[in-house]
Design a protein around this ligand. Structure first.
Ligand code: MLT
Length: 238
């Protein structure tokens, strides 16, 4: 299996996603939100790059069918039903709903990679399910780390490293220099992911803005056995 790392959603212009399997990671917090929402029974997720387009998409649904969700600067967008905290996406709140989601980086990353042969969404919460799904049958994998506003983000990198490490247990892996570094970064921190990310800028931004519980929620490993995948324009559980 060949694995290419794309470090942020803004590094996609020169990447050829066609004929590739793509895994999108935005641990804090968009990919953790999508994983949680699908595990808790959301019908599907529509990942939208801007609040304006999200509102337009929402207006195409009948009343009660969809929820309008998302953040800017980590805070729920005014007038939206939910923000981007995975703890808001409870079964009671979201079961059978289409989640229209717009976030600063994660949903932007998904829209950059729509032409992929297949696209999955990974987080620590479902990382082994993703690895098991890809193992043996994937030849060309691109791991797209969403990053934060154009900067590489350690949380995504550590999760990408974990995915490479898991895949290496069952596949012969060829990866680029970033992939080698991220695998080593994960393996040096696997016993304490939280400590490994103590200097992560976005993690500390979330803590400083009152979202520490979200950080702890998102750094749990293998809690949900769900593989979010793109089907047409919607992300669904498989
Ligand atoms: C994003 O998509 O950039 C993030 O999920 C931001 C956040 O933590 O809300």
């Amino acid at each position: 299996m060949r694995i290419q790392i794309v470090p942020t959603a803004t590094h996609c212009k020169s990447v050829d996603f066609k004929n590739k399997t793509v895994v999108i990671i935005d641990v804090l917090r968009a990919s953790s939100v999508m994983t949680t929402a699908l595990f808790n029974g959301a019908k599907a997720i529509l990942a939208i790059s801007s609040p304006e387009l999200a509102l337009a998409a929402f207006n195409n649904y009948n009343t009660g069918e969809a929820l309008l969700c998302g953040e800017r600067n980590a805070i729920r967008i005014e007038g939206f039903d939910l923000g981007n905290s995975p703890r808001e996406f409870t079964r009671q709140r979201i079961q059978d709903k289409v989640i229209i989601l717009t976030t600063s980086n994660g949903t932007v990353a998904i829209n950059q990679a729509m032409e992929a042969k297949e696209l999955f969404v990974a987080s620590f919460l479902n990382i082994s399910s993703i690895a098991n799904h890809l193992t043996h049958k994937t030849k060309e994998l691109v791991i797209l780390c969403s990053g934060t506003n154009g900067d590489f983000s350690m949380d995504d990198g550590l999760c990408a490293g974990m995915l490479i490490s898991l895949l290496s247990q069952t596949n012969k892996i060829e990866t680029d220099d970033s992939g080698i570094i991220l695998k080593a970064f994960y393996e040096a921190n696997e016993s304490d992911i939280y400590a490994g990310l103590s200097n992560c800028r976005h993690l500390n931004y979330l803590i400083d803005n009152g979202f520490e519980k979200d950080v702890l929620f998102c750094l749990r490993v293998d809690v949900y056995n769900v593989v979010p995948r793109l089907s047409g324009k919607l992300i669904v559980a498989s």
